[in-house]
Design a protein around this ligand. Sequence first.
Ligand code: NAP
Ligand code: ZN
Ligand code: ZN
Length: 362
Amino acid sequence: MQRLGEKYQSVEAFGWAARDSSGHLSPFVFSRRETGEEEMRVKVLYCGVCHSDLHCLKNEWHSSIYPLVPGHEIVGEVTEIGRKVSKFSIGDKIGVGCIVDSCRACESCREDQENYCTKSVATYNGVHYDGTVNYGGYSDHIVVDERYAVKIPHTLPLASAAPLLCAGISMYSPMKYFGLAGPGKHIGIVGLGGLGHIGVRFAKAFGSKVTVVSSTAGKSKDALEIFEADGFLVSTDEDQMQAAMGTMDGIIDTVSASHPILPLIGLLKPSGKLVLLGATEKPFDLHAFSLILGRKSIAGSAIGGIKETQEMINFAAEHGIKAEIETISMEYVNTAMDRLAKGDVRYRFVIDIANTLAVTRS
Ligand code: NAP
Ligand code: ZN
Ligand code: ZN
């Protein structure tokens, strides 16, 4: 019997996949569809390693479809275009993030918020409308409809632009939506990892005041000197947390594991907002009074729409914002995942796909 996702398609592709929830990645030959009329074939140059890749590899969200080729922070070069493609040309450097399609008709789609379309199709571990399972950017090429790609401005270095496609937009969008971007606003960013460090850079470029709240005291120097945060709090230091109570307009929480949120709510001013980005499965401990007294709110946010992703990339180019990366080879990816699980990365791994993937094919 043919399994969903293993339907033969005409173009051979090569990447690295996990076969089960051990998450171990190894070489994988598969196939991709012909380039459709409104689609582009894109040679993957770089792909960022997001913590969501790790959650999915290990089936931590109980929705993984194996074999699973991760990767949704993709920067590549257009090598083939369908005859109706109008926005891109062969040779263009483009970015693909977390979604590659959506229904195009619902309210979210009509409002350029495809990321909230209930029928949106994930770049990997998502089922395409033709019934095949999507494979992500840890692979030699992808096929994408032109509506779901963005242009990478010439001034952005390609490798360090890759993390903007997920980490960048995931931080940019809530800062703007929740009114935290701009002079006079004080943002707390919880977790100085892949999302967090880019968030500090966007917050500073918006002119906001930003304080990093970290569980790792040793990150203080990087936060204050490299990323130029205005303040740094160690989340387990009760005196520091107490002294900062009631000072923040909003907090963006990027922590990838379960953690207490009551102390974070305490950091908010009246009417302040705690925005959750970290995708932990375990429910939070919450007391109603922590919100009632102070009219505070808790919200969530997921990436951003394609139009806003282009806006974010252009803003990044204008303000010289890029991710702080460790460029790695495809061979190194399992070690990178082990290190990411331990929080040992400064501050995003990016796989040099173009130069290191092909040699792993025997
Ligand atoms: P990451 O690079 O691993 O960073 C996460 C940071 O969280 C760590 O650097 C660490 O920062 C902190 N942390 C980790 N474990 C902790 C613990 N047990 N207690 C307290 N702090 C801890 O991950 P990422 O790629 O930035 O992704 C972060 C989370 O966001 C993941 O769950 C990912 O799936 C999710 N995500 C959400 C969206 C969205 O749109 N909502 C988009 C992308 C990713 P410190 O050392 O500074 O404490
Ligand atoms: Zn991601
Ligand atoms: Zn829709």
